[in-house]
Design a protein around this ligand. Structure first.
Ligand SMILES: Nc1ncnc2c1ncn2[C@@H]1O[C@H](COP(=O)(O)OP(=O)(O)OP(=O)(O)O)[C@@H](O)[C@H]1O
Ligand SMILES: [Mg+2]
Length: 368
């Protein structure tokens, strides 16, 4: 092991949240299996995965509203869940924010925010005022929830969750009830606030875009297990398998057979070391990593090795999606079908002959 691994920090603080081998079954069916993750102060970890994979159950065990069958949860170095230990939620120093962030309808905004605060009146008023200012709702204190927009209610819920200065914020799809136009702004503002407060944040979402936008670290979950953990850049650009790649965008898959550590594709032979001779491999490419170039009377482009390896194809269909255009191709090589994404408007007619280039370092190669 190197003396100084690149991710080692000079000062390694105790994680706000440290989850180790957390496991839970319902009626004999495992729902969360051996989940481990850690969240540092001021850091956001996104637990990302498809519906039903066990995200909320994991969060509920950390919050203390569900018991773990095995494993431990530590908050600021204190064991709150483990063999023979099950602290109630209110003793864990966790803030909770769920999708339906239900405010108490009969209480005012200020009373909602101050609800969980066990301090004297003057201190409560000070903290409530401070938080309402932080969520840009100064002056909203005397109003009732029904007088607020959805976005405003969401900010009150955030202020309420942050009021007791939790060490860990647990958020379960907290933005999914908001309309699209509001969402990005509220996400960014929420993130700033959480960082200011220094809590460790575990945010559950099934939306890759949200995780990419919010997370310092993504924990990708599938069927009860964490299959990959890493910075958004790494999880996106070095997925552990085809499903992990496909969770973040549509993907092109070229199937081939590895012979002598080489696999033939429309883009020439790929090095596929480590794959058995005669073993099937899949080469996975995101549509935005395919570059389109012109036919030039059949000569095609003449790229540098860095730019990629060209292959010829015929346009099957073009679609304009707003930010990008998607162009489907049938390649000359064995009729392989590939989709390329181009920023902006690019709508070649079906039948047009064009060339595609891929950067090999952008392709992922997996055994089948
Ligand atoms: N109390 C329970 N009793 C029995 N089964 C449960 C219970 N809670 C959850 N499950 C099951 O456990 C699995 C995981 O549920 P969970 O709510 O953790 O998924 P999720 O990843 O949060 O999904 P979503 O993205 O849809 O919210 C599901 O199949 C669910 O039906
Ligand atoms: Mg859920």
């Amino acid at each position: 092991m190197p003396a100084n691994p690149p991710d080692s920090l000079p000062f390694n603080p105790v994680p706000r949240l440290d989850v180790s081998h957390l496991t839970r079954a319902f009626g004999g069916r495992p729902v969360v299996e051996d989940v481990s993750l850690a969240v540092a102060p001021g850091q956001v970890t996104c637990l990302l995965g498809p519906s039903g994979c066990g995200k909320s159950t994991t969060l509920r065990m950390i919050a203390g509203v569900e018991r773990a069958d095995a494993g431990t949860v530590q908050i600021d170095g204190r064991l709150v869940e483990g063999p023979g230990v099950h602290l109630p939620p209110e003793q864990r120093s966790v803030g909770l924010m769920f999708q339906d962030f239900a405010l108490f309808p009969h209480l005012t905004v200020a009373e909602n925010v101050g609800f969980g605060l066990r301090v004297d009146r003057a201190e409560k008023a000070r903290r409530v005022g401070e938080l309402l200012e932080k969520v840009d709702l100064s002056g909203f204190g005397p109003k009732h929830p029904h007088q607020l927009s959805g976005g405003e209610q969401q900010r009150v819920a955030l202020a309420r969750a942050l009021a007791p200065k939790p060490r860990v914020m647990l958020m379960d799809e907290p933005f999914s009830g908001l309309d699209n136009r509001l969402r990005d702004g509220i996400r960014d503002r929420t993130l700033e606030l959480l960082k200011e407060e220094g809590a460790g944040v575990l945010l559950v979402t099934h939306e890759p875009d949200e995780a990419m936008r919010m997370a310092d670290e993504i924990a990708l979950m599938r069927a009860g297990r964490i299959v990959q953990r890493g910075a958004p850049y790494n999880v996106y650009n070095a997925p552990v398998d085809k499903a992990a790649a496909a969770f973040f965008s549509d993907v092109n898959v070229i199937r081939g057979v590895s012979r002598g550590a080489l696999t033939e594709t429309p883009f020439g032979a790929f090095l596929t070391p480590g794959h058995a001779d005669g073993g099937e491999v899949e080469i996975v490419i995101r549509p935005q990593h395919l570059r389109i170039d012109f036919d030039r009377g059949g000569r095609g482009p003449n790229p540098t090795p860095e730019e990629g390896v060209p292959a010829r194809g015929t346009v099957l269909r073009s679609r304009y999606l707003g930010r990008e255009s998607l162009v489907d191709f049938a390649m000359d090589f064995e009729g392989a079908k590939l989709t390329a994404s181009v920023p902006g408007v690019f709508l070649p007619k079906p039948g047009t002959v064009l060339w595609l280039m891929i950067r090999r370092d952008r392709c992922f190669v997996f055994g089948v």
